[in-house]
Design a binder for this molecule. Structure first.
Ligand code: ADE
Length: 225
């Protein structure tokens, strides 16, 4: 998989890819991630990538030309399956969307800034609009980092233990059950006895019940999906 991220604050997209699982995935060539600075695609002397809103109104709008130049250059080099725009009014990111995107070949992710992009960008270039939550960030970069993390960890081979992504919360519309490790007793706080029984069918049953109970109490909405 190859992901090209187009943005105006590339610094924000450095560290997420320089540590831990994402770095390992890149080093192992399971994914390539390229960050493009929109200012490199403007013909404006001041390298500006935004302008005033037609019709008045507070806030600047990202102009179409540098975005067109960058997306068109990339598309001339290879095929992309999705051109995603990070925006608070996009579809809410969930595990299902992450699963679907993890199966794709090449993706472009455009990060919004200021008030967002000229509507014609959305009309003519964007194939999917994604929000990471019902709140407004200063820009789409951190959202893009979240989206990339959610996608990349699902690529086969990225997580050491292949099953661990399958047992994450949300994979089956249930939250994950409680987990424990050593020490067995801490401050008198004990680990449930059953986990030491060696009775794996019973342990599995207990985990399923716990997952269900946790989902019912914390996120009942997931049970109705
Ligand atoms: N840009 C600004 N807010 C955002 C959000 N909630 N999700 C994705 N991109 C954004």
């Amino acid at each position: 998989m190859r992901i090209d991220i187009i943005c105006v604050v590339p610094e924000l997209l450095k560290s997420p890819f320089e540590a831990s699982i994402l770095k390992r995935a890149i080093d192992a060539k399971l994914v390539e991630v390229y960050v493009h600075n929109l200012r490199d695609y403007t013909s404006d002397n001041y390298k500006s990538v935004d302008d005033y809103q037609f019709g008045g109104g507070a806030g600047m709008v990202m102009t179409i030309e540098p975005i067109d130049k960058c997306i068109t250059k990339l598309k001339n080099e290879r095929n992309y399956e999705e051109v995603i725009y990070m925006t608070p009014d996009g579809s809410l990111l969930d595990q299902k969307i992450a699963n679907q995107l993890s199966l794709k070949g090449n993706l472009i992710i455009l990060c919004g800034h200021y008030k967002g992009v000229d509507q014609r960008v959305r009309d003519h270039f964007i194939t999917k609009e994604i929000s990471i939550g019902d709140y407004v960030l200063s820009g789409g970069e951190l959202g893009a980092a979240v989206l990339c993390d959610a996608i990349i960890r699902l690529i086969p081979g990225v997580l050491g233990n292949e099953t661990s992504a399958l047992t994450d919360s949300f994979q089956d519309n249930l939250l994950a059950p409680p987990i424990y490790t050593r020490p067995r007793s801490y401050n008198g706080w004990e680990v449930p006895e059953l986990l030491f029984s060696g009775n794996f069918p019973e342990i599995e049953k207990w985990r399923e019940e716990q997952a269900y109970e946790r989902t019912r109490s914390k996120r009942p909405d997931l049970l109705n999906e």
